[in-house]
Ligand binder design. Structure first.
Ligand SMILES: C[S@@+](CC[C@H](N)C(=O)[O-])C[C@H]1O[C@@H](n2cnc3c(N)ncnc32)[C@H](O)[C@@H]1O
Length: 296
């Protein structure tokens, strides 16, 4: 297999089994691995023992590496002739800043390859038993960010058109902004009974889903103490979960807080995912104990 100087690889949404065959082969030959918070530690461990591992994930309250610095890291290691793997959660081009990093490589004249990944936008709902389309229920879906950036308010999105033309809405980075999004959808004619699911740490042993309607989802998410990362699905497909749920989840009784959760059917082979520091992979085993920022 040929190895371009830099490979921008989608590591999948959490479950380490969801990286592609090509992505895994490239990781196994890497000399430098630069990786994000949502990448499972087992994927990083696939790199040769002598490979340099650089953690550049974003976590609330902690210093993180600015994007320009990540771009510079890619360029400087590639210029040393090293095989550089840039591992990103999900797919690198879905709210992953993969386009910015690829452009930095183009500008620096460095050859690169994109290895698409399984995006959380589809895989996380699937692990919650929610197909984003279904012949009889939904024939279109849109993936949108709920994150406000660069002074751009959530209100600037055309929610009326989205709600009128798309059957299923998948929202990434939408925990903080969800109340506003729900308000916009309701004020633009969405039925208050529209089903909603919020899936926390999907595809991992920490997966937990809160379901409701546009009317009560905010109260339910607040009661459950939901924090990022969460994929939110809005639309009739959510109701299919009742029949299609297949993946064991962390469960909470209605009155319990997240901390009081009990694990019903843990998967012994899964360690979960979390943030950490350079070469600190082994300690990154419990995703729910760290907090990610909703930053692409
Ligand atoms: C910066 S975006 C990156 C998306 C990624 N490139 C992808 O294709 O999945 C991060 C957001 O993706 C969603 N996300 C990623 N992995 C997730 C997971 N395992 N469970 C729930 N949400 C997840 C959350 O909305 C999170 O805030």
């Amino acid at each position: 297999m040929t190895f371009p100087t830099v490979s921008l690889i989608g590591a999948g949404p959490g479950d380490p089994g969801l990286i592609t065959v090509r992505g895994l082969k490239l990781v196994q030959q890497a000399e430098v691995v630069i990786y994000d918070r949502l990448v499972h530690p087992e994927v990083v461990q696939e790199a040769p023992a002598e490979a340099l591992r650089i953690y550049v994930g974003k976590e609330t309250g902690l210093h993180y590496v600015p994007q320009e610095q990540i771009n510079a890291l890619l360029v400087s290691h590639a210029r040393q002739g090293l095989r550089v793997v840039r591992l990103k959660g999900g797919d690198p081009f879905v709210f992953g800043r993969g386009g910015e990093e690829a452009k930095a490589l183009v500008d620096a004249g460095i050859p690169f390859e994109i290895v698409p990944g399984v995006s959380s936008a589809i895989a996380v709902p699937a692990y919650a038993g929610i197909p984003v389309t279904h012949r009889k229920v939904a024939t279109s879906f849109a993936v949108v960010t709920g994150h406000e950036e660069g002074g751009k308010d959530i209100a600037s999105r055309d929610w009326a058109t989205l709600a009128a033309t798309v059957d299923t809405l998948v929202i990434l980075m939408g925990v903080k902004g969800l109340a506003k999004i729900v308000d916009h959808l309701l004020s633009r004619g969405c039925s208050p009974e529209t089903p909603v699911a919020m899936i926390h740490w999907g595809t991992t042993s920490e997966q937990h889903t809160v379901t409701g309607t546009l009317t009560d989802i905010i109260a339910k998410a607040t009661a459950a103490g939901l924090e990022p990362p969460v994929v939110t699905v809005i639309g009739e497909v959510v109701a299919l979960r009742e029949h299609l749920q297949w993946f064991p989840e962390v469960v909470t009784a209605q009155h319990e807080t997240l901390q009081e959760m009990r694990i019903r059917t843990p998967r012994p082979d899964e360690t979960g995912i979390a943030g950490g520091t350079v070469d600190d992979v082994d300690s990154r085993t419990r995703p729910a104990r760290t907090h990610s920022q909703e930053v692409p």
